[in-house]
Design a protein around this ligand. Structure first.
Ligand SMILES: CC(C)(COP(=O)(O)OP(=O)(O)OC[C@H]1O[C@@H](n2cnc3c(N)ncnc32)[C@H](O)[C@@H]1OP(=O)(O)O)[C@@H](O)C(=O)NCCC(=O)NCCS
Length: 209
């Protein structure tokens, strides 16, 4: 059974999201920063991952597309369906810039890591990137953050360059990672394969039941 589902981020969720940020980042965003982002849906999209409560119907088994799986239970991805019930265990965001789609944040509560939630969130951002009409994706990540770099590499991001002393708290370098063309057939096929594998994993392995 799949116990995690993607939902839209809403203002009512911001305390939970801030708690995840605080447990995940040395420089967490303020709640106000998220609030500003939520007010610009034409350029910024934010999602949360929820750990579904026991009586929530499970996410449908493998369907036709990544989009259907991620957003099928929500109806229109750009509509305003009712929130799913379940604890927020992760969140992520993407912003359209003049040149690309920039992943602004992605984090999972420590006790829910290594179960595929990071991948679910990344897949949701990729779907939003198509909605936003961007072709390439970029992000920055700390050079020491191998967990995140491996997650991004698994989905086809490659290291473009590093920015010396990018992070203000400890002057750590940032690695800039890029996917050049999310509209290419090869990227779409690779993403579909990754999504299939993730859903098989989520269906067959649920250590919490
Ligand atoms: C990075 C992060 C979001 C990953 O979330 P997660 O839910 O644990 O990731 P998943 O379970 O979906 O793992 C997907 C892939 O990521 C990589 N990965 C995740 N955690 C890893 C770890 N501790 N070590 C090595 N690789 C790791 C692996 O490639 C993994 O694929 P696999 O299961 O086939 O090995 C999570 O560790 C986190 O919240 N970290 C703190 C916040 C952060 O650093 N965010 C990124 C900012 S750029």
């Amino acid at each position: 059974m799949v116990r995690y589902a993607i939902d839209h981020l809403r203002e009512a969720d911001l305390d939970d999201v801030h708690a995840i940020d605080t447990s995940s980042f040395s420089m967490p965003w303020s709640i106000d920063t998220y609030r500003q982002e939520l007010r610009a849906p034409q350029r910024s999209r934010y999602v949360v991952a929820r750990f579904l409560v026991a009586d929530t119907p499970p996410v449908p088994p493998p369907l036709h597309s990544v989009r259907t799986r991620l957003f099928g239970m929500l109806g229109q991805s750009d509509g305003a369906p009712a929130p799913l019930s379940g604890t927020i265990v992760g969140h992520a965001g993407i912003m359209r810039t003049p040149t690309d789609g920039h992943i602004t944040t992605l984090a999972v509560l420590p006790e829910h890591r290594r179960q595929g939630v990071g991948e679910l969130l990344l897949l949701a951002l990729i779907e939003h990137a198509y909605d936003l009409g961007v072709r390439s994706l970029t992000l920055e990540v700390r050079t020491s953050n191998m967990a995140a770099q491996q997650l991004y590499a698994k989905y086809g991001f490659f290291i473009m360059h590093t920015v010396a002393g990018y992070y203000r708290d400890n002057h750590e370098d940032a690695v800039v990672m890029v996917i050049a063309d999310i509209t290419s057939l090869s990227f779409r096929e690779q993403t579909k394969e990754r999504s299939d594998a993730l859903y098989q994993r989520l269906i067959h392995k649920n250590p919490r039941t």
